[in-house]
Structures are given as structure tokens and as C-alpha cells.
Design a protein around this ligand. Sequence first.
Ligand code: SAH
Ligand code: SF4
Ligand code: F3S
Length: 500
Amino acid sequence: MAPATNIYLIFAALKTIQKKHSMYDQNPTLEGIKTIDEAQQGNVLFKDHWKTSHAPGARHFYIESYGCQMNFSDSEIVASILGEAGFYPTRNIEESDLILINTCSIREKAEETVRKRLKVFELVKKERPGTMVGVLGCMAERLKKKFLEEEKLVDIVVGPDAYRDLPNLIGGAEAGDKMVNVLLSREETYADINPVRLESNGITAFISIMRGCDNMCSFCVVPFTRGRERSRDTFSIVAEAVQLFEQGYREVTLLGQNVDSYKWENPETGELVTFAHLLEQVALIHPDLRVRFSTSHPKDMLDDVLHIMAKYENICKYIHLPVQSGNSRVLELMNRTYDREWYIDRIEAIRRIMPDCAVSSDIIAGFCTETEEEHQDTLSMIEWANYSMSYMFYYSERPGTLAARKYPDDIPEDVKKRRLQEIIRLQNVISLRHNQAEIGKTFKVLIEGDSRKSDQDFCGRNTQNKMVVFPKKAGLKPGEYTHVKIREASSATLLGDIVD
Ligand code: SAH
Ligand code: SF4
Ligand code: F3S
């Protein structure tokens, strides 16, 4: 039987919305701003080669993910757990028995996006009574069972540490119960779960190396939604990277909210593995396996990591080092535990040890009590640090955070937005300048696939994480390295030609 037409329309609407956002998005003022396209918000996870089943009675799940890479990475763990429980993935919402949405709480806008998606799922559910709807991730953790009261269509609410319980929760929901598990854990790292790389290009992959965050930055909801920081078993991380390399992957990104505080004690030898050690072990897997990582916290990023980065060609010369604000008083209110001078010292260390390393940032405009002079300090930091790119936001108060409890959200919205625009404008100028300085240089590029605009061109990144687009050459294919000489640059992309 053909599904009702309006379901197709809904699905078409879903597809257009999915492509509009970029990593950490949900600030409407960012529209039109080009950032490095690291993730696609709301992406449906699916890969063509992944087995699906049309056998009668086969059950399917459909999943959308929002928020940071950790959430996208978690959806791959969820897909694995559901696969074990006999659920097949589908990109057709109209054939799904279970609709999942992996949610983000980082800013109010992120939560509004999820609420809007739920409205669409409600229509789907009306067409197909019996379809279950599950909410995963940070918003599930923040709202807990309140979600069930506020959104009647939701059947299952699962926090980020409770995904192993999904088969049981689904069982309960099938029996007609509303199910919630939002227990946070001090140990769970899903180390033994082999993520299903659903939406992967087969060349670059993310590996979660830790979970949670202990930093308590005053604006941030993550410590409440993700729980305590814990590091994953080093062996399982290296094993996952080895397996990816054997499957043809050529780049792994090690993920954590604060990778520099990675710490794992080998229970057999008592040896303590730091992030620098881990990075080295992953780099040693193979010279053709590139290693990236995100995110670094300025307070913990010390020279040991920089020296390891400098030592191995395959550790990419790129650090995402969010400053948040360029002013020391604001940084203190933010509880970032570093000041402007410390941050400057860290950038100087990067330049000293790796002169060719690119640095990017996250910036918040209009934090509580921020003055115009303090905002100017942020602008001057962007200029001085010469960021290759930044993710830029205006402050959004999150319930329960230290800032919400202690400080007034006293910067009017129009002022926040104006400051953000000034930040964005400046960063665009700096990004363009940064990229124009690459004209005439030759870079080693890992080919990721066809460029977005033309199947006559390849795209890939250089070590500094800049996207490079260049005409194809016979004999070369995605997953291989090539050398490209840059002839043209915009604020987001480098254009060049193969010189191999
Ligand atoms: N762990 C990373 C950041 C994770 S959240 C770090 O410490 O750098 C990603 C970014 O969202 C943050 O760096 C910050 O710039 C932004 N952000 C977090 N909470 C926010 C809030 N309440 N309002 C606006 N932006 C926020
Ligand atoms: Fe949030 Fe700070 Fe932790 Fe980053 S380090 S996730 S900003 S609390
Ligand atoms: Fe959002 Fe949670 Fe990541 S709040 S940014 S999905 S850790």
C-alpha cells in the first residue's frame, strides 16, 4: 500500500531542513556564514551498503542527530545496540517503527529545533499509529520525565549514558508504557561497542575517547547533561582506530569535551596514559592514518601534546582551542579558569613548536555583564590569534547552570546580536586573509570525494583542516593522498591543482 502523500511531503521537508545547519549551529544570525562543514545537523544516519530488510515483520528505526560530534558519534553506538536488538536502519521515516531524535541542549535555539521536529513526527505518528518516538541525548537528560508531560507523542526518553537499556525500553514502549532511563554513570564509555558507521564517507571517522565534562564553565549545560568526565580504555581506542584503518579509513578524529584531560590507568600495570601518550599511540598505527582531535581546553593544553603533534607528520597541524572571550574578567565569570595572558601564552607555544599549525575557536558574544570594552577585547583576540575559523554564538542562558543561578542575563538581545555580527564580520575578514596567504603553497590533501559543486572536482582537507577543491586526475581516488597547489581562496575554501 502506498504511504499517504502528506508523509512524503513531510519527509521532503525534513530533507531540506537537514542540510541547512552546521556544527554547533542553532544561532539564526549565523545564517549565510560559511564555516567548515564538519557535520550536518539533523542528518539521517544511513549508509547504502548497510543491510536493510523488507522481510515481512522486520522492524526499522529512523534516527536524526543534532548538536556536537559526540552526539553524532553516540548515534552510531545507538545504531549498533539497535542492530543487536534486531532493528534495521531506514532513511524512510514512513517505514520506521521507531523514530529517534538525538538532541542537543547547548542553546535555547537547539532545543526549539528539536521541538519543531517533534511536531513533524507527531504527524507521522498520526498516519501510522503504533510508531514509537524516542528522545535521546542531552535534552532527554535535561528534561527527564518532564519530556513525557510536555510532548505527549514521546514514548521513550533516554539519557546519554543509558543507551544499552534501549532494547528493554523499546520492549516497554511496545507494551504501551512510557519509558524513561536518564541515569548518568561514572563508568560507561561504551568501549566494547563497535559503532555502526552509518553516514560515513568511508575515509574519515570519529572515535569517542571520553565522555562527560567536569569543568563547570558557568554558561554550559554539558556537565549536567553528560555527567562526570571519564576516559575510555586506551586499548579499545587504539583497536578501533586500527580496525578503521584496515577497513580503508585514512583519518580519525579523537573526540571529547576536553581531550587534554584524557587520563586512563592501565589496571594491569598501573601505567597512566595521558592524552599525549594516546595521541602518539594512534599516530603510530600507520603513517597514512591521519589523526585529529577535538576539543582542546586552553587550561589543559600543555606543551607535551604540542611536541607529540610536531613529532608526527600524520597528526594534523590544527587545534580547535575555544577562547570564548578575550577578556579576563569575563573569562573568570565564565569559570574558564584561564585568563587572556594564559591563552596568549598557549597560542605562542603553538606558534613556537609548530609554526604551520592553524588554530580555530568558539566565541560567545554578550555574556552576563560584558561591557563594550570587554567585547572589544574579544575582537582584538580574534585579530591577534589569527583564527582560521570560529564557531560564534550569542549567549543563551541555560536553566540550572552556574551563570543562570549567579549572574543576570543582562545584555539586551539586540546588543548581543550586534556584538555577534561584529565578531562574525571580523572573523570572516581574518579567515579570508588566512586563506589568501595559502595561495601559491602546495599542500598534501587527503581526497574525501567529489566536491559539492561538481563531479569533475575532488575535495579534501589539508593538515590545517582547510577544505581544498581541485580538478580530478585519472587514477586518483578518495582515500588517497595527493599534492595540490593553491591558486585561489575564499574565506571557506581553497581552490588549486594537483601537482603530483
Ligand atoms: N567542550 C568544548 C565546548 C562544547 S560546547 C569547550 O569547552 O570548548 C560548544 C560551544 O558552544 C562552546 O565552546 C561555547 O562557545 C558554546 N556554548 C556553550 N554554552 C553556551 C551558551 N549557554 N550560550 C551560547 N553559547 C554556548
Ligand atoms: Fe561546557 Fe566548559 Fe565542559 Fe566545554 S569545558 S563542555 S564549555 S563545561
Ligand atoms: Fe549539545 Fe550535548 Fe553536544 S548539549 S553540544 S549535544 S554535549
